[in-house]
Design a protein around this ligand. Structure first.
Ligand SMILES: Nc1ncnc2c1ncn2[C@@H]1O[C@H](COP(=O)(O)OP(=O)(O)OP(=O)(O)O)[C@@H](O)[C@H]1O
Ligand SMILES: [Mg+2]
Length: 509
């Protein structure tokens, strides 16, 4: 007999409907799964067999064929276990096939018949457009995440037996209702800017970057606090909007990074890949394309510590996402586009020994070594970084000071106020921060007085800045004037933005 069960699969960050057809026919006992299954799907055979037996059902000693349709998309993961098990029960006449028609099923089975959590449940619920189903049965651990969005009732289930009881007694499980207070819970950060002594100029640069979502590079000697400062940037970034939280949760959900007891990611992501990372790990890809670090940092921060240590091809792969805010992963069968609107924070020493240009300590490197080290950061990559900050070694007086430093909460108040201005400015557009303005928006929102124009012209000539650097200076100036609560870009705002670009001439010039 033939049975059909409905489920969903994931390709990239999108979900698509799958029909699982199961045929049980006379012949030598066997079970074949077709429809481009990966190894995890193929292994479903063993899990389903044990789960059925251990839940008190018969695994039919016949020839079983399972087809995952559409058959031309590669299927991966164990999320089809539940649907396959139900299909076998219906095809072997242990339950009525009509029971399965009106629901969607997702879940991995463990050998004892318990239903384990799956990845990408939020992507699935946001993709369900049809109202032709009565509800979605999925693992209870995924219920919170799945219910954030979508219109289909969600029925959380724990075991295969429970699913069958529910199908015959639909009142036994009420549809899941999300506790909205969960959406107010935020993670606490250990690090605070109050821990960082001195470095007033660097902290200001980080505040500007956080307010407008600008990319930033810190360069300085060992132990000057670059890593310490970068690790605290999340604590001064404005909170995510609900839409941003949903986008971020959807991405992390596909890789199974969403904690089931909360179900939503409220804190901006901070990703800090090691410098041995490959280009696929950074920008995404693989035989079944998966998002990389740049996509996991979407709406948050990608921190590349010791950036010259990263392989050149890995850094160059960042050029497209830094410019376009998305990554395109092309494969023979299909091209996928992953969002990648992140803030790049990079840190580096100025030379192999780390003390080049330091007024206190001498540098041991020769000019060839310094050039070679700095040239690991290519011109085009440097051009895409809006703010360059020199982080000097801390003087002993600063280090021993007992003066109270400004806390992250105080700084965050200012960056949030500035971001609110930006959100209002870009209402009804896909962007919400100055750093993501396109050329047209720059012309519209960054008009300059004659005095400012003269100042910028002089800077472009003296620092030999590119057209891209010109645009990026205007964006940073807009953020500085928003922080100051000024409608217009004033010469002092522009001068500060220019100063953040002058470093590439000092070091790379
Ligand atoms: N401004 C500061 N205030 C307080 N402590 C500091 C400061 N700067 C550095 N430190 C101390 O020095 C340690 C080392 O700093 P950090 O690792 O951030 O340096 P770094 O600039 O990243 O060095 P490297 O170039 O070697 O990676 C910190 O963990 C902290 O204890
Ligand atoms: Mg460091």
């Amino acid at each position: 007999m033939l049975a059909k069960v409905h489920s969903f699969g994931i390709s990239g960050l999108e979900a698509y409907p799958i029909t699982i057809e199961v045929d049980v026919a006379n012949g030598l006992p066997s079970m074949t799964i077709v429809g481009l299954p990966d190894n995890a799907v193929k292994e479903s055979r063993e899990r389903v067999r044990s789960a059925l037996k251990n839940s008190g059902f018969k695994f039919p000693p016949q020839r079983i064929t399972v087809n995952l349709s559409p058959a031309d998309i590669k299927k991966e993961g164990p999320a089809f276990d539940l649907a396959i098990a139900l299909g076998i029960l219906a095809a072997s006449e242990q339950i009525s096939p009509s029971l399965l028609r009106e629901y969607l099923f997702l879940g991995e089975l463990s050998l004892d018949g318990r239903i384990q959590s799956i990845t990408g449940s939020l992507c699935i619920t946001t993709s369900i457009k049809k109202d032709s189903f009565k509800g979605l049965l999925l693992p209870s651990k995924n219920a919170k995440e799945a219910s954030l969005c979508g219109r289909l009732p969600i029925f959380p289930v724990e075991t295969l037996k429970e699913v069958l009881y529910f199908l015959e007694n639909p009142q036994s499980i009420p549809p899941f209702v999300l506790d909205k207070t969960l959406l107010l819970q935020k993670d606490h950060f250990d690090g605070d800017f109050a821990d960082v002594k001195g470095q007033i100029y660097v902290k200001r640069g980080l505040e500007v970057a956080a307010a407008g979502g600008h990319n930033l590079l810190m360069i300085g000697p060992p132990g000057s606090g670059k890593t310490m400062l970068a690790q605290r940037i999340i604590s001064i970034l404005p909170d995510m909007t609900f839409e941003e939280s949903l986008e971020t949760t959807k991405i992390h959900s596909v890789l199974g990074f969403v904690r089931s007891h909360i179900g939503i990611i409220q804190n901006r992501p901070f990703r800090s890949p090691h410098h041995t990372a490959s280009d696929v790990a950074l920008v995404g890809g693989g035989p079944i394309p998966k998002p990389g670090e740049v996509t996991l940092s979407h709406n948050g921060v990608l921190f590349l510590d010791e950036i010259p240590e990263f392989r050149r091809n890995v850094l160059e792969a960042l050029r497209q996402p830094l410019e376009e805010n998305y990554v395109t992963v092309a494969r023979a069968s299909k091209t996928l586009r992953f969002p990648a609107k992140f803030m790049l924070i990079a840190s580096m020493n100025p030379c192999p020994c780390g003390w080049y240009m330091d007024p206190q300590k001498g540098c041991n490197c020769n000019s060839y070594q310094i050039q070679k080290y700095l040239s690991k950061i290519s011109g085009p990559l440097l051009d895409r970084i809006d703010i360059h900050l020199e982080v000097p070694a801390l003087r002993s007086t600063e280090l021993l000071t007992t003066t109270l430093q400004e806390t992250s909460a105080q700084i965050k108040k200012r960056t949030t106020r500035s971001r609110d201005i930006q959100i209002k400015r870009f209402v009804n557009t896909p962007i919400s921060a100055n750093a993501h303005m396109n050329h047209k928006q720059i012309r519209q929102y960054c008009p300059l007085s004659n005095e400012c124009k003269a100042l910028l012209k002089k800077a472009i000539e003296e620092l030999k800045l590119s057209a891209r650097a010109h645009d990026r200076i205007l964006k940073v100036s807009r953020t500085i004037s928003d922080l100051a609560g000024s409608d217009n870009i004033l010469p002092e705002h522009l001068a500060e933005a220019i100063q953040y670009r002058s470093l590439d001439r000092n070091w790379w010039g």
